[in-house]
Structures are given as structure tokens and as C-alpha cells.
Design a protein around this ligand. Structure first.
Ligand code: SF4
Length: 515
């Protein structure tokens, strides 16, 4: 198996940097679906450019390179122990090369292993088959969308949809609810992998496995095929839209499997996948391990760019330029819907830093500052003694995780702006109104695009203690675009979209009842 490790490394790099054709096709549909000049279509223009840049530069599509999950089929007699070791070595090497972010932390201490290895990471499932070759499929699914996975135990009462019974109508309600509850936090437009039945643990496993199907395939079970089509159609009428900004593209795929259940249980397990749907596969020669073919790709079809000149993100001249330190008056002048371009100093901070700030002073001043919810992929470059850090991938992370802390940080340290994705809750909104601060929505997953907007690293704090993604990085921004979605007057686009989409769900539920 001399070439096996190299083949796996190539699979990881391609999966992390080059979206498969079926996902590209679905994103093209999304680009056509959203109304021109809407916030959703501006977001999609940035996403499309990001996808193209990731392929051209062989850079990570999203900074959250996700939980590497390998599904391996081997012929009888293949040595799975050696394969497991080589997969782990390839994961560590891809991390060292900046293709994967160090993303694996000790579950208790929170210490980052630095190489994406550790108990339970990466996830590797082996299965034997009667083919002569080895097949390896890889999915990289990030934390933002993973946090929006959901499991229903029927019967249940669902927000805006009422009672979901133990039948296909109940399942349909669960799947619509799954899209609604994700809003923009899982970087919509997303895709659902779903399992009807099984038990709690295996149901989730089977749901995730549905994400290995191509988005354009047809379910061989005609009942499930019809349900998949119905959910696709209805979910795209709810109005969540790209990034939860409101719009027509909420779902790019719905894949359902049914598995026998215990008579007493009726689970519907849902794996929610974001637009950065990184999934590829290879076949390998079972003796020495070179790649013999790619799954999901058509060798005769070259990678098509998503962005043509006429649908790229363009400045209109109406953007508001911001440069920290910001004053209260500057921030109070902003309103929901404004597009801003950020220049100058940003500070990153996510879960570990917010927790740290509960009991410690910030290592760099936040007064008038802009805090970016981001765990970047960073690489040290340059000759020995002249090393410097470079931002390799740096999109926003899901902000709602910081909801328990952000209001206190705004109050205590006079923070004026937070950049993130998915929006925040009522407590943060109230603090923004009281003390004068705004929430700036970045485009989730646009890691290459934003890395280009962050050309210089000014410094780093708490690196040893918190690890690369959680450290506080001081970065210089250049025309970094974001949209005001929570302002200092108590307005929240997220609340508006959640209410409007909830009302659409109620209409769908009422329509189904009257049939
Ligand atoms: S696109 Fe969004 S949800 Fe998906 S991995 Fe990136 S940050 Fe997470």
C-alpha cells in the first residue's frame, strides 16, 4: 500500500478545496433563484467567488474544515489497521499544509491537538465488500451546520406546524421544521440528509450517510422520492433564503432513507449540511493504493467557474466605510440592511476567548473595536528567524454560541461592532441598543474571499493557551464587506425573517390539513 497515504492526502485536499459538480450545479440554481440586487444574491455572489478562488488557489473553501469522516469499502483480506494509520497520517499532513484547520480539541480540557488527531478524530468507518478495489468517500462537515442537526421523536408538537404524527405527513413537517430552525446559522442554502426510523444513534448515522448521495439523484423508493421532491419545493417557499437573509434559495437537496424501527420509537433524524458541501470519493488499487478513479466527478467535464463577470459582487458606492476605533455616533447612524466595508484593525474571538473574558481583561483593547467571530486557518511562512503569519482562510463562525457572553462584553469593554454569521439573540440586541453597537453579518463559509480582505497579521494573543482557531488574532482588514443585520435601534433582520418564515410554515401546515 505504498501509495495509499498519498492518495488519501490528495482526496482530502480536493475535498477541502474543490466542490463536487452536483453541488456547483445546485449553487448555480440558487444564484438564479435569488432576486437580483437582494442581500441574498449579494451573498451568493461572494459565495460563488469564494468557491472559484478556493479551486484556483487550492485553498480551503471554508475555514471550518469540519469533522473528517471517511467511509471506506475494502475487499476481503485488506489490512484495515494499516489503512487507518495511513489515513491518520494523511490527515495530520493535510493539517500541517494548511488544507485542514487544526479542528480537534480535547472534549474536557478544550486543548487543541494541533493535527486533527485525537480520540474519535478522524471518524473512519470500514465495511467489507466483494469488489476487488478499495473505495474511500470523505465528507468534511463543519460545526455550524452540524449544530443544526436535529432529531425528532414522533408524535411531537412543532413550532408553527402543530402536531407531527407517526406518518409521512409528520415526517414532512419535521423536515420543513429542520430547514426553518436552521435559519442562516447553518449557512443556508443547505441540504438535508434524513432517516425515518432506526434508533437514535444509528438514525443519525444513516441520515449523515444520505449526504453521500448526489444532489441530483432519484430515490429508488418512489414514496421517499415523492417526499424528497415535496420537501424541496415547500422548503424553498418558506423564505429563509441564502444566509437567512430572506429569499428563495433555502434548500439545495433533500435525501431520505427509511430504516426499521422499534414499535415504541419513531425517530426522524436530520443531518443539516451547509452550502459548503464538501464530499468526494476515490477508488484505489487494493494492492499498492494509487487512485484509479474519482467519484462524483465526470472526467470529461472540466470544473466550471461559478462567477461570470455579470454576477460578481460589485460595490455600488452606497456602502458605508468603517474603520476602528468606532464612535457611538458612527454606530448609531447604521441601520439594518446597510452594507459596510471594514478597513483597519479587527480582532478575532470565538468560544474560548469569550469564556476567557468572563474572568480576565482582554489581551488587546476592545474599546471602540470590531470583534470578528472567526477561527481562521493560519500558516507560518518565511525563512527561519523571519517567519510571519498569513491568513489562509477566514470566514465568520456561528455567533449565537456567544449569546451568553456578548452583552456583558459590549457593556464592559465598549465594543462597537461584532462580525459573525447567523445573528444573535435578544440579550445582545438589547445591549447593542443600550450601549451603541451593531451586528455585522459576514458571508458564512466565504473563507477564501475574506482571507483576501485580511492581507496582514498585526499580532496574536493567547496562542499557546487557546490554539490557532481560538486565539485572539489582530488582523488588518481591507474593504471587508458585511451587512448590518442587527442595529443599535433594536432592529434585527433575523427576528423579522424568523417571524415571516414561521408564518409561511403555518400556511403550509394549514394547506396540508385542508387537503
Ligand atoms: S459554510 Fe458555514 S456551516 Fe458550513 S462549515 Fe463553513 S462556517 Fe460552518
Amino acid at each position: 500500500m505504498e501509495f495509499f497515504k498519498q492518495s488519501i492526502l490528495e482526496l482530502i485536499i480536493q475535498t477541502s478545496t474543490n466542490l463536487p459538480p452536483d453541488v456547483r450545479q445546485a449553487m448555480k440554481w440558487a444564484m438564479h433563484a435569488e432576486a437580483p440586487a437582494s442581500q441574498a444574491s449579494q451573498a451568493l455572489a461572494i459565495i460563488g467567488e469564494n468557491i472559484d478562488m478556493a479551486h484556483e488557489n487550492e485553498g480551503a473553501i471554508c475555514q471550518d474544515t469540519g469533522m473528517p469522516t471517511f467511509e471506506v469499502h475494502t475487499p476481503v483480506g485488506a489490512n484495515q489497521i494499516v489503512m487507518r494509520r495511513m489515513i491518520q497520517e494523511a490527515v495530520a499532513e493535510a493539517t500541517a499544509r494548511g488544507k485542514l484547520r487544526p479542528n480537534s480539541v480535547d472534549a474536557i480540557t478544550g486543548k487543541n491537538s494541533g493535527n486533527n488527531l485525537g480520540p474519535g478524530t478522524p471518524v473512519i468507518h470500514f465495511e467489507q465488500w466483494e469488489q476487488p478495489e478499495v473505495e474511500v468517500r470523505l465528507i468534511l462537515k463543519g460545526g455550524g451546520c452540524e449544530n443544526k442537526n436535529i432529531q425528532y421523536s414522533l408524535p411531537a408538537n412543532l413550532d408553527h406546524l402543530g402536531r407531527a404524527d407517526r406518518d409521512l405527513e409528520g415526517v414532512r413537517k419535521c423536515l420543513l421544521h429542520a430547514v426553518w430552525q436552521a435559519q442562516g446559522q447553518g449557512c443556508a442554502p443547505g441540504a438535508l440528509g434524513a432517516c425515518i426510523g432506526s434508533d437514535r444513534a444509528h438514525g443519525y448515522h444513516l441520515a449523515k450517510q444520505q449526504l453521500l448521495r448526489t444532489l441530483d439523484d432519484e430515490n429508488p423508493n418512489p414514496i421517499l422520492a415523492r417526499l424528497e421532491h415535496e420537501v424541496m419545493d415547500e422548503a424553498n417557499r418558506i423564505g429563509v433564503g441564502t444566509m437567512g437573509f430572506g429569499g428563495k434559495a433555502s434548500l439545495i437537496g433533500c435525501k431520505i432513507v427509511a430504516a426499521n424501527r422499534l414499535p415504541a420509537s419513531f425517530f426522524v433524524s436530520v443531518a443539516y449540511e451547509c452550502w459548503a458541501f464538501r464530499r468526494l470519493g476515490i477508488t484505489l488499487d487494493a494492492k499498492s493504493g494509487p487512485i484509479t478513479g474519482w467519484l462524483y466527478r465526470d472526467p470529461d467535464r472540466p470544473v466550471e467557474k461559478l462567477i461570470a463577470q455579470n454576477n460578481a459582487f460589485r460595490l455600488t458606492g452606497r456602502e458605508v466605510r468603517l474603520e476602528a476605533p468606532l464612535t457611538e455616533a458612527q454606530v448609531r447612524a447604521l441601520k439594518v440592511g446597510d452594507v459596510v466595508l471594514i478597513n483597519g484593525r479587527l480582532l478575532t474571538g470565538r468560544d474560548a476567548l469569550h469564556h476567557y473574558l468572563l474572568d480576565h481583561e482582554p489581551p488587546a483593547s476592545l474599546d471602540g473595536g470590531i470583534l470578528y467571530h472567526c477561527g481562521p486557518v493560519m500558516l507560518k511562512e518565511g525563512a527561519a528567524g523571519k517567519e510571519h503569519w498569513r491568513v489562509k482562510a477566514a470566514g465568520p463562525t456561528t455567533s449565537i454560541r456567544e449569546e451568553p457572553y456578548e452583552a456583558d462584553i459590549i457593556r464592559r469593554y465598549h465594543l462597537r461592532a461584532v462580525i459573525g454569521k447567523g445573528g444573535m439573540g435578544k440579550r445582545t440586541l438589547a445591549a447593542m441598543k443600550e450601549y451603541g453597537a451593531v451586528y455585522l453579518h459576514g458571508i458564512g463559509g466565504a473563507a477564501q474571499y475574506y482571507a483576501r480582505c485580511l492581507p496582514r497579521v498585526l499580532g496574536v494573543h493567547l496562542l499557546e493557551q487557546l490554539g490557532v482557531p481560538e486565539a485572539m488574532w489582530e488582523l488588518e482588514a481591507h474593504d471587508f464587506p458585511a451587512i448590518v443585520t442587527m442595529d443599535a435601534h433594536g432592529n434585527s433582520l433575523h427576528e423579522e425573517v424568523a417571524a415571516a418564515t414561521g408564518a409561511e410554515l403555518e400556511k403550509l401546515a394549514a394547506g396540508a390539513t385542508s387537503h
